[in-house]
Design a protein. Sequence first.
Length: 247
Amino acid sequence: AVFKYGIRTTEFFKDYDRMNCGVITDNQFICGLMACCGKQAHLGRQETALVADHYRTENGRVCYRRFCHLMENAYNIPELEKKPTQTVFRPQPGTITKTQLSLPSMEEQTVQDILLRLAEQVKTRRLLTYPSFKDFDRSKAYTRGMSVAQFKRMLSFVSLDLSETEMMLICRKFKFPNSDDINYAAFLQEIDNGYVGKSTDLPEEETGGDTIATARPPEDRAPRQHQRDLTELLGRIRDHTVRKRVR
């Protein structure tokens, strides 16, 4: 929740720490934690009490700095500017992408038929779909996810009507594996040729021959990383000029 919503946890605790010693009382920590991410992480009083017990010191107070350090540096190395010789782990391209779920063959064929029909409607009516969908993104179009209710609302807004059964299949296909949000960016890439999102392809020499879900057929995959990057960059520029009507 802290990473997803961009929460600065220290801001919710430092006002209690007037001596800047890094520890506060148990009640202050619980109040700060509930204000920080209680709603976003769906925390209850019992859960916050367990977190407070984990960071409790010998004198009965709670070390909030250890908690904030863990929350804000879960995906990065702190004070990296002071460590010029630090070796930073860099994941291979495509390894942290959010892949689509696999459906049974009959349902997969039905989904492809639905996507082809929607793509034809988008092309015929020249719809600009991405600007409408990204307004409902939970973090300024960075997470590429929205709730099911928001997804249904936006399909209705752009007049892409689906039956209940079709909507259920589409939601199952494009739902994130670890949450109930819908990957609207992957959905738009399937129905809108004018929108170019991130590719999920990995070259075979980087994967060791293993195959993963790709947005394009293997035979259309570009052989080199810099060629894929250039194609993606030109596509994003083209999408921006079309949406913003830049001459």
